[in-house]
Design a protein around this ligand. Structure first.
Ligand SMILES: NC(=O)c1ccc[n+]([C@@H]2O[C@H](COP(=O)([O-])OP(=O)(O)OC[C@H]3O[C@@H](n4cnc5c(N)ncnc54)[C@H](O)[C@@H]3O)[C@@H](O)[C@H]2O)c1
Ligand SMILES: [Zn+2]
Length: 388
């Protein structure tokens, strides 16, 4: 049986590892057919967490069972601590205990945390078993479920242990976002805005013109918005699966963002919030280095702020920022690869050394306001009048 007709189908072209991202309201109910459609025939291990499982676990089990799949369920604890070697080990223990075989599959039902660790389990168990992503947060639907980056954190740094491992398909049901806590929805918007800045000025303008809809999580904007993000990610990943070059642009906001997450012990900001602050700061670095105009920084900051994301840096010192960056994979020979916007829709990757960053840090007031006259109020008024 083939996969059911789909509102949006975004192909990810990766040779024999190609797959489709299916975006359709209600697609959770069609998971059984979809799994059959991508060739699964064995058992399925559903990896989830107690929050997501309580909401959607039963329906997923039911539709898979109806399609003839025997399922087991492994629940990880909620939150970033589940992305650890300990919890990866627990999944693998369970697969071994239940004698999972090569044709059996792993299905991630949850946000980016569940998807990353379940994907790494799928990559490593028996050197690779089929994997299906069913992302349930906005971050996971527009970003983490697509592109095959899987892994866990090390106590000294995020995502330091992992593998590139592509899913057989990604099944996105925008309906599930309705139960997402507001904070998690807004956090996902940071990754959405990121796509506009790195690759699509028109999409950025669309977001600027739909701020109310975004804030209110209006269902009419969601499928098209998620589709555009997936298209951009799919195109970037298809051109550079293992991040030798262009894929690095997807890390925009993440150099500072990951340092912030680590400094906040993964509990002060959720991932998307840290990325939002990171984008504001990385654009500020670009402006400081003369690579982009103030207007770019201002437009981006305003959009991030208006959708409800934090923009201010904490009161930390330069050494906190620099040491937080050192465990990042983007560090090469002491230099850090930082993505800098040139204009809305175009970015470049710049290797920066400690002195570049130190100068920027000491010459800009990174705790919210700039030392130069703060233009945000004036810009807000200009943009609002333009929108009318
Ligand atoms: N692999 C990649 O390419 C990639 C890209 C971006 C982010 N990430 C990773 O993703 C992680 C962040 O993912 P996240 O933001 O999805 O966080 P998350 O997975 O922790 O989920 C956020 C919260 O939402 C809850 N939740 C999930 N779906 C829900 C739903 N439909 N209704 C109600 N509650 C729901 C979760 O239980 C959790 O409490 C980070 O570890 C980050 O590094 C990976
Ligand atoms: Zn991210």
């Amino acid at each position: 049986m083939g996969a059911p007709a789909c509102e949006h189908r975004v192909p990810v072209f990766l040779g024999d590892r190609s797959y489709d991202i299916l975006i359709q309201a209600g697609s959770l109910n069609q998971l059984g057919d979809i799994c059959q459609g991508v060739g699964l025939s064995g058992r399925i291990a559903i990896i989830s967490n107690p929050i997501v499982h309580a909401l959607y676990g039963r329906v997923v089990q039911r539709v898979l069972k109806r399609a003839g799949f025997a399922c087991i369920t492994v629940l990880l604890p909620n939150g970033e601590p589940a992305k650890s070697m300990t919890w990866l080990g627990k999944i693998l223990d369970e697969l071994v205990a239940k004698r999972f075989e090569r044709r059996d599959a792993i299905l991630a039902l949850g946000g980016g945390v569940v998807g990353d660790v379940a994907g790494f389990a799928a990559a490593s168990y028996l050197r690779g078993v089929p994997f299906v992503q069913v992302p349930t947060t906005l971050v996971a639907q527009v970003d983490s479920s697509v592109g095959g980056k899987t892994g866990v954190n090390h106590p000294l740094g995020k995502n330091l242990i992992g593998a590139f491992y592509q899913p057989k398909t990604v099944v996105i049901d925008p309906h599930v976002l309705q139960t997402l806590p507001k904070r998690e929805w807004v956090a996902g918007l940071a990754e959405v805005i990121k796509y506009g800045v790195i690759a699509d000025q028109g999409f950025f303008e669309f977001l600027e013109n739909h701020i109310e809809d975004l804030r209110n999580q209006h269902e009419t904007v969601i499928p098209d918005m998620v589709r555009r993000c997936c298209e951009i990610k799919a195109e970037v990943v298809a051109g550079d699966e293992r991040e030798a070059g262009r894929r690095k642009i997807l890390n925009y906001g993440h150099t500072v963002g990951h340092a912030l997450e680590a400094w906040g012990k993964y509990s002060t900001w959720v991932h998307g919030e840290a990325v939002g602050i990171g984008m504001v700061q990385e654009a500020s670095i670009g402006q400081f280095l003369g690579r982009c105009d103030r207007e770019v920084v201002e437009r981006q900051t305003e959009l991030i702020r208006e959708v409800g994301l934090p923009v201010a840096m904490p009161k930390w010192g330069f050494s906190d920022l620099w040491s937080g960056m050192q465990h990042d994979k983007k560090v090469v020979k002491g230099q850090i690869n930082c993505v800098i916007p040139e204009s809305i829709g175009r970015v470049q990757v710049l290797p920066l050394d400690r002195s570049d960053l130190q100068k920027w840090f000491s010459q800009t007031n990174v705790h919210g306001k700039r030392r130069t006259t703060d233009p945000h109020k004036r810009v807000s008024q200009n943009r609002l009048s333009k929108k009318k």
